[in-house]
Design a protein around this ligand. Sequence first.
Ligand code: GLP
Length: 258
Amino acid sequence: MTSSPEQEPQFHGIEVQKFADPRETAYAVASKIESLIRKRRDAGVGCVLGLATGSTPIPVYAELVRRHREDGLSFANVTTFNLDEYHPMDEANRHSYHAFMRRHLFDHVDIERSNTHLPSGSVSRQEVQEHCSEYESLIKESGGIDMQLLGIGRTGHIGFNEPGSTPESRTRLVELVEITRNDAADSFGGIDKVPKYAITMGISTILDAKEIVLMGIGQGKRDIIRRTLVSGPPSSDVPATFLRGHSATSFYLDKAAV
Ligand code: GLP
């Protein structure tokens, strides 16, 4: 299958690639990830990926698993850092992002489990700050994130950086807004079961990645994608607008999301 995106003009320095449907979008993102993994393996170095959860990247992970099984794509040189995790949240809980990553990717490829990292949802409130600094240090020690994958929330959040997040923010505990908790309510079986807090990489942590790919799928994201790409100056009201300040950011969108 070949994907031929429609090249859109750059929006505030962000390159936009538009695909016919969600499947082609996911295929193109998987290809980008595969070529980065292979390029770095051929150079004899590790590849550090920043990963995202949510429904949007699921087909990307499925395609990467398929390429591992059928095309011999190896994750032996890959280290991963996820954007976020609910707090409090046990790793074993099926709603945790730890479980999500095992289910959709880690259990099905040859990645070294000790090379996979997510913020912990089970550290106590007293330990959170230290845990967040350790997470930042681990990212730095790994050499930094080569490519960060992002989805986008309807509030304009990236990771769980809700409106109000500043471009200087680093990994920290945040309170989730009502819209975000509502969006997660179905999968949790009711809004009352959705945690009120999360630990997320900050905007500044995300902007440290050498390359950033944000995926947007479906009509439900059209409004927030528009606001991110074209409206006003970058602002904490729509945290994703801070991506405009990054030199290697592209948006991979399906037609419905543009
Ligand atoms: C959650 C995640 C985000 C994700 C967002 C959108 O809030 N923390 O990283 O981008 O959901 O989810 P979906 O892809 O299901 O629309």
